[in-house]
Design a protein around this ligand. Structure first.
Ligand code: HEC
Ligand code: HEC
Ligand code: HEC
Ligand code: HEC
Ligand code: HEC
Ligand code: HEC
Ligand code: HEC
Ligand code: HEC
Ligand code: HEC
Length: 431
């Protein structure tokens, strides 16, 4: 599948040798790399950049590889012509499919790779071939991503390096270098013939996922490759990734799978939550009016539309528990401020809060009969909190009354004392 050109067999001999003695190779690279020396001394940035990047930090350099391991040629020759000797396998600048072959020659060779990185996968090129990028490249389209578009060619870093272009917090910018570039993506279309959107990054930046990843430092929140695959495991392509949400939101997916919508929706969760601009869900979404997502397909107020009836019923249930919970929270906070012991009630509040979350999850089966028992449980807990809260209020009143009484008594004593003092004063004056 991957075309390995004839000269690479010669370069392969160099690699095989360096694989046996990587340290010896590293020394050669450091002491006698004429490629590096001459390229670093050039004035054209196109020619110097590879040398500069390679010297700064490169996972291949660290393993003892040099320029020739990708480009071929003779790194002991001081002059350009013998260094660029085609007879020594020099192949210049790889482009298009040649890039894949350049990288895959090592990365697709299990035996070779296991000597350096025993646990690393060796299927990047075969996976890549199944992706939209790989399929289009095979037809000669060079606008698509190759290994070098995502990883770079010089100064390649480990994927766990925070400066790597494929580190979770950098992936979106890497993909967007093409996907947000309207000129670059010009001419591509969706299956329905409309132009391929270039707003994925802008939309993703509005999402709860982006916020969790960048503001919450939650590296488990998805970025482009978590939904679309790195190389093709879930081939980058619309339609094939709609089930991806369930890999992380398993409980929601289970509920959804039991629902009437499961058979009907082409895009699963995406029908209601969208794919890139997934915003913070709210109770307002559960409705056939206003910002309600059910409105797209169910008719408000139509009693014969079971979906509409279900939406209003579940919304009412959830709203009831939520407002009850809000009131109890305010009450308990007031008592706590006043110094009344409310530890038990705070625990119960948390339990009722869990019920509310549970109801919003259970809602994804879109069956009100499954939501209402949870609401009943939650409301019972809230009622208990309220009772305890009222007792607390009574205690507070009692304490206040007690405080007022003792304040009054103290005041009386003070007044009496003052009178007494004045009486004594007068008596002394008279004497
Ligand atoms: C004495 C200087 C010199 C040496 C040594 C040298 N190069 Fe070059 N290289 C150049 C110059 C100058 C160019 C610009 C194109 C040209 O003049 O052929 C270039 C171009 C290239 C290109 C880009 C070719 C293209 O198609 O755009 C690659 C890749 C390259 N060199 C790799 C190497 C490698 C690998 C080695 C070592 C085996 C090496 N060079 C040794 C001077 C050198
Ligand atoms: C891991 C493989 C690899 C190594 C090692 C490597 N290169 Fe490259 N090089 C590439 C690939 C792939 C490209 C094409 C990059 C692209 O299309 O963005 C390239 C492109 C180039 C170019 C052309 C740049 C341009 O923009 O036209 C030069 C010059 C070059 N390499 C020189 C070197 C030199 C000098 C070294 C050693 C210091 C080196 N390369 C090491 C893979 C490698
Ligand atoms: C569309 C972008 C993209 C392309 C094209 C791409 N990669 Fe990757 N690559 C990634 C991402 C993203 C990761 C994973 C980062 C992570 O695990 O967090 C990765 C991981 C890797 C790893 C680490 C081991 C692994 O498989 O997780 C290697 C090695 C690698 N890629 C090599 C290649 C090679 C070789 C090619 C070309 C055949 C290639 N990549 C093409 C984006 C890409
Ligand atoms: C000469 C063989 C060889 C070639 C050619 C080669 N690699 Fe590698 N690469 C390796 C080896 C070996 C490692 C593992 C180094 C280690 O883990 O110490 C590696 C590591 C990597 C890593 C880091 C994986 C990690 O552990 O995070 C990436 C990314 C990568 N290569 C991408 C590429 C790309 C892209 C190309 C083509 C432009 C390429 N490689 C060409 C041998 C090669
Ligand atoms: C070098 C430019 C480039 C980079 C970088 C790039 N892509 Fe692409 N991508 C393309 C082009 C061009 C297409 C072809 C568009 C088409 O056929 O609709 C494409 C197609 C796709 C498609 C299929 C779209 C469809 O038509 O259904 C997805 C999904 C995709 N890329 C995701 C990604 C992800 C995720 C990343 C980053 C990990 C990425 N791409 C990096 C250029 C790029
Ligand atoms: C939470 C998962 C998720 C994340 C994160 C994600 N995507 Fe997507 N993406 C999807 C789904 C699902 C579709 C298919 C939607 C459909 O069929 O309508 C899609 C569709 C696409 C398409 C096809 C064209 C389109 O817009 O419908 C491209 C291109 C694309 N995504 C690129 C990206 C890029 C680039 C990023 C990162 C900036 C990204 N995606 C982040 C899930 C995701
Ligand atoms: C790689 C794992 C992963 C994938 C895939 C994923 N998510 Fe998420 N999602 C998260 C994480 C992590 C959070 C943020 C933590 C949180 O708020 O629970 C989150 C948050 C959310 C939220 C906000 C939840 C809340 O209560 O604030 C929604 C809604 C959501 N995701 C929907 C989706 C949809 C729809 C998809 C598929 C298109 C999807 N997710 C794909 C991991 C993922
Ligand atoms: C028919 C529309 C619809 C579909 C399909 C759907 N959701 Fe939701 N989702 C909603 C609504 C409405 C809410 C807001 C519920 C509320 O707050 O009362 C919501 C809320 C959420 C929340 C936040 C729950 C919370 O505690 O605030 C997550 C996470 C979520 N959905 C994930 C998913 C996932 C994953 C899928 C696919 C398996 C999915 N949704 C499918 C309509 C839908
Ligand atoms: C993309 C369109 C679409 C959206 C959005 C949508 N539904 Fe539906 N829903 C349907 C279709 C189509 C059916 C099956 C036709 C029917 O039985 O009425 C259905 C069926 C139902 C059913 C089962 C009715 C029965 O016959 O038992 C319920 C309950 C339901 N939907 C609730 C909701 C709720 C709640 C929302 C919003 C959170 C929602 N739907 C959003 C299209 C949608």
């Amino acid at each position: 599948m991957i075309r390995i050109s004839h000269f690479s067999t010669i370069a392969w001999a160099t690699i095989a040798a360096s694989a046996i003695a990587p340290h010896a190779a590293a020394q050669t690279a450091a002491t006698a790399n004429s490629c590096l020396a001459c390229h670093a001394a050039q004035t054209d940035a196109r020619l110097t950049a590879p040398a500069v990047l390679f010297t700064q930090s490169d996972v291949h350099r660290d393993s003892g590889f040099g320029c020739v391991d990708c480009h071929g040629g003779n790194s002991s020759a001081a002059d350009k012509a013998p260094a660029h000797d085609i007879g020594r396998g020099f192949k210049g600048k790889p482009a298009g499919r040649t890039v894949i072959g350049t990288c895959a020659r090592c990365h697709g060779d299990a035996e070779f790779m296991h000597r350096f990185a025993p646990r690393q996968r060796v299927d990047q090129a075969t996976e890549y071939a199944t992706s939209v990028h790989g399929k289009l490249l095979a037809t000669g389209d060079t606008h698509v991503a190759t290994c070098a578009s995502c990883h770079g060619a010089h100064g390649i870093r480990r994927v766990s390096d925070a400066k790597s272009p494929v580190f979770p917090t950098n992936v979106a910018a890497t993909c967007a270098s093409c996907h947000a570039n309207a000129a670059h993506m010009n001419g591509y279309t969706l299956p329905n013939g409309s132009p391929l959107p270039t707003n994925q990054l802008a939309d993703y930046q509005k999402s709860v996922h982006y916020r969790a990843l960048t503001k919450g430092n939650d590296l488990s929140a998805p970025t482009c490759n978590d939904c679309h695959g790195n190389h093709g495991a879930a081939p980058p392509g619309a339609g094939t990734v709609v089930n991806v949400c369930g890999t992380c939101h398993a409980v929601f997916a289970q509920k959804f799978d039991t629902s009437a919508h499961k058979q009907i929706f082409d895009k699963g969760c995406v029908e209601c939550h969208s794919n890139h601009a997934i915003v913070q869900p709210s109770d307002e979404m559960l409705s056939t009016t206003g910002r309600g997502v059910c409105a797209a397909c169910h008719t408000a107020g139509d009693k014969s539309d079971k979906g509409s009836v279900a939406a209003e019923s579940m919304r009412g249930d959830i709203a009831r528990l939520k407002s009850g919970l809000d009131q109890s929270r305010a009450l308990i906070a007031r008592l706590k401020n006043a110094g009344i012991e409310v530890g038990d009630q705070e625990l119960a509040l948390r339990e009722a809060g869990t019920k509310l979350t549970l109801a919003r999850t259970e809602m994804h089966a879109f069956d009100p009969r499954l939501v209402s028992p949870i609401i009943v449980d939650g409301t019972r807990i809230v009622a208990g909190i309220d009772r305890a809260g009222q007792d607390g209020i009574a205690e507070l009143r009692y304490r206040r009354r007690g405080l007022a009484l003792s304040l009054g008594a103290i005041l009386l004593v003070v007044v009496a004392l003052a009178l007494k003092v004045r009486q004594i004063d007068r008596r002394q004056n008279r004497e």
